[in-house]
Design a protein around this ligand. Structure first.
Ligand SMILES: Cc1ncc(COP(=O)(O)O)c(C=O)c1O
Length: 405
């Protein structure tokens, strides 16, 4: 692509901004677009369940439309939804939050990431991003004309850990932000309380903003009871800490298409994010916010049912993968992904493309998730057994074929 305007037939043809060309495209989406042109694909590449949104949430949206929630709302979201989010944190984490000054409703988790990151980075600043990670965090940093610096999670035995030495080495005078995701997409890694504390201490010591992406906190299989959330980092931090927590209704309530999320942050950042919302999206749709409020209040039983299904899916896929040649799968404690490592695999995109063409199974290539991702593939196990069973059989057949890697 030309970076300067060109002339053609006496006309100047404007070109796109140079800076936008530095934004990487999503290699998950690239693979998905090949798959979308094919019939009969078992689709496990996107991070979503094939379960519809529970009926009581859909009903709440219909009632909200009837009740007149068809107008703009506050930039920070409906006060009643922000109160419901504050109550939710009090109940699940014993963390008191001020719904007026510390909570901003957003039109999705990805919009919360956008507005949060935009609030702390100037062009040329650097952001440390723990990877392998959902690519959007690093891409949003690049969209803001800043520089993502990827720090891979090393695998230590059966568990991913945080490389604190690498973090120390990566800090420069331009570093302003550290981004991590727990539970992680794609690893399923869950930060321990000790790791959370060290990430917080590290950020405090270097004067960095810490962004915790906690959108999968309810999809947790290692708590005392199924349904217990991963303890939020908000339990450790004070409200004066330079902390931002991003969340979403998408994963917990099967609401990916609704586009409602939230941001919790120090009051000055929350205020600025509210102001920027006006220029990005103004507000999430009012009726979707109202339905989200009902989801928070009445969704607990559905969450436990969903978790039992997800846990069974996870265990089924882990057992299937254990039988496959050259495959090692670290056991995840959260989210709904497996990230098996395949011995000898150097080009995970090519592997996924051939798997798609030969076996009609759509997985996400590890390379899509940044440093440390190549050599692995991501399986989203939120689908039904009727999809997972044939997908595992076909993956095994492919891995046993002549040239799998
Ligand atoms: C780690 C992580 N954060 C945030 C999101 C954003 O979710 P949404 O924009 O649907 O709320 C996703 C979606 O896949 C994700 O995996």
């Amino acid at each position: 692509m030309e970076s300067r305007p060109t002339r053609q037939n006496n006309q100047v043809i404007p070109t796109l901004a140079d800076s936008v060309q530095a934004v990487p495209h999503s290699r998950i989406r690239e693979l998905a677009e090949i798959a979308m042109g094919m019939d009969g694909v078992l689709k496990l590449y996107f991070g979503e369940s094939n379960q519809p949104t529970p009926d009581f949430i859909k009903q709440a949206a219909i009632e909200a439309l009837g009740a007149g929630y068809t107008f703009y709302t506050e930039n920070a979201g409906l006060p009643s939804l922000r109160r419901a989010i504050a109550d939710h944190y009090q109940k699940l984490h014993a963390v008191p939050l001020d719904p007026v000054t510390e909570i901003v409703v957003t039109a999705s988790g990805v919009q919360a990431l956008n507005v949060a990151i935009r609030c702390v980075l100037d062009p040329g600043d650097e952001a440390l991003v723990l990877t392998p990670a959902w690519p959007n965090g690093a891409a949003i940093v690049a969209m803001d004309n800043a520089v993502p610096v990827e720090i891979p999670h090393p695998l230590c035995g059966d568990r991913y850990i945080v490389d604190f030495d690498a973090l120390e080495r990566a800090v420069t005078p331009r570093t302003r932000l550290l981004v991590y995701t727990s539970p992680s997409n794609p690893l399923g890694w869950v930060a321990t309380v000790d790791e959370q504390q060290r990430l917080l201490d590290f950020s405090r010591r270097h004067g960095l903003w810490l962004l915790a992406d906690e959108v999968y906190d309810r999809l947790y299989y290692a708590g005392a009871r199924l349904g217990d959330p991963v303890p939020s980092i908000l339990r450790l931090a004070t409200r004066e800490d330079a902390l931002m927590v991003v969340h979403s209704f998408s994963k917990t309530y099967c609401m990916t298409g609704w586009r409602v999320g939230w941001l919790i942050a120090r009051a000055d950042l929350a205020k600025r994010a509210t102001q920027l919302n006006e220029f990005i999206i103004s507000c999430a749709p009012g009726f979707a916010q109202k339905a989200a409020e009902i989801a928070l209040g009445a969704g607990e039983a559905e969450i436990v049912t969903m978790l039992a299904r997800l846990k069974a899916n996870r265990d089924f896929c882990m057992q299937s993968l254990a039988r496959m040649p050259r495959v090692t799968t670290p056991k995840p404690d959260g989210a709904f992904y497996l990230f098996p490592k395949i011995e000898g695999l150097r080009d995970s995109f090519d592997f996924c493309r051939r798997l798609l063409e030969q076996e009609r199974v759509g997985l996400a290539p590890g390379v899509a998730f940044g440093a440390g991702g190549e050599g692995s593939i991501r399986i989203c196990y939120a689908a039904d057994q009727s999809v997972l069973e044939p997908a595992m059989q076909r993956l095994e057949r492919f891995l046993c074929s002549a040239t799998p890697v």
